[in-house]
Design a protein around this ligand. Structure first.
Ligand SMILES: *Cc1c(COP(=O)(O)O)cnc(C)c1O
Length: 356
């Protein structure tokens, strides 16, 4: 018997949403999951109508930043069953982030059960169009009402979901950052911590003022080795070999990144995870061997990169000629919606009719 208490909404908002035209990030499905940590254990797990929270002004998360999150997507199979994609990886990463920020872990089986129940209730919120999906946002934050720097005793874990349309991102232009950094060895770069994003806003804003969409982060010591981009890991195709920076402590371990590596290796491509310097990319561009650059993340899946500026060197990349990036987009979409083989067992179907 599940200990998740379920209170259904009495007035679904589903009919108010135009599923052919979903504004990004603004639409929320009917329900949310909420659990509380009382200092010793997770309690009061419930699914209830999506709504606002009431916060104490001294709530620790606001002042000292104990706040982490995940981002994942669900698709839907032809027979109408929601499909989660690698949910246990997201659960493990959430718990890795939690450990780094001195927060309690949330049990994997409860995490998956919460997702399943939520999707059963809100399965009619999953868009069916190609490239569309239901974005799932689990997050945890400190709730002690206290001023003083120490780990909170109490926390909340919440999961809400959002329908998202096909995310046609225009090719992105990147500015290799030569002053600010995202993460240094020993820092929190490997955690999906809210604060990492706060620190990235100013450099991103300055890059925008120069006509670039996002920052390409370089290492904190030499401004030489490539880390990642905003909310995405980065891939390069050089001389037919797919190269991506190794995750050595400063890079978020993207699940899309990991999926790409498996899919590409499985299809016979050569993939290298290693240090990638910006000089190597500039040399490859000059030599004409740099054929693709793309970002990998849950939101966009693949984002083609059309331009990279590093110091005075502006590199243009012909995104029309990309072959691997579009292949990956199709493969992931097919995996997520149940139309492709799933040799790794990444799909986690949720049977809608199976509510006990
Ligand atoms: C979430 C995130 C990614 C991408 O991870 P996915 O699991 O593929 O969505 C990459 N970089 C950063 C900084 C992130 O927060």
């Amino acid at each position: 018997m599940s200990d998740i208490k379920i209170t259904r909404t009495t007035s679904s908002r589903r009919g108010d949403v135009d599923f052919d035209n979903i504004p990004f990030g603004k639409v929320f499905a009917d329900h949310m999951f909420v659990a509380s940590y009382d200092g010793e254990k997770w309690t009061d797990m419930e699914i209830k109508p999506f709504g606002t929270l009431t916060l104490h002004p001294a709530m620790l998360a606001i002042h000292y930043g104990q706040s982490i999150f995940e981002g994942m997507k669900a698709g839907i199979s032809k027979d109408g069953n929601p499909i989660l994609f690698r949910p246990e990886m997201h659960s493990r990463r959430l718990n890795n982030s939690a450990r780094r920020l001195c927060m309690p872990e949330f049990p994997e089986e409860k995490f998956i059960e919460a997702l399943e129940e939520l999707l059963r209730l809100d399965h009619h919120w999953i868009p069916t169009k190609k490239g569309s999906s239901l974005y799932i946002r689990p997050f945890m934050f400190a709730t002690d009402e206290f001023i003083g720097v120490r780990p909170s005793d109490t926390y909340k874990l919440i999961i809400f979901t959002q329908p998202v349309g096909p995310y046609y991102s225009e090719p992105v232009k990147l500015l290799a950052e030569k002053k600010y950094i995202r993460a240094a060895m020993g820092g929190t770069g490997e955690a999906k911590a809210a604060g990492n994003y706060a620190g990235s806003l100013l450099p991103a804003k300055l890059a925008k003022e120069q006509g670039y969409d996002q920052v390409l982060w370089l290492d904190a010591r030499e401004y030489k080795y490539i880390q990642e981009v905003g909310t995405m890991n980065i891939f390069f195709v050089i001389d037919g070999v797919i190269v991506t920076p190794a995750t050595s402590g400063t890079i978020l371990k993207g699940i899309t990144r990991d999926t790409f590596i498996h899919v590409l290796t499985g299809e016979g491509y050569k993939v290298e995870e290693r240090e990638v310097s910006i000089d190597e990319i500039e040399d490859a561009h000059r030599a004409g061997t740099l054929t693709e650059v793309f970002g990998a993340g849950t939101a966009a899946v693949v984002a083609k990169v059309s331009k990279i500026k590093h110091l005075d060197n502006v590199m243009e990349i012909d995104t029309e000629a990309f072959e691997i990036a579009p292949l990956l987009f199709d493969r992931i979409d097919a995996l997520r919606n149940g139309t492709a083989e799933d040799p790794h067992g990444w799909r986690h179907p949720v049977l809608v009719g199976a509510t006990v």
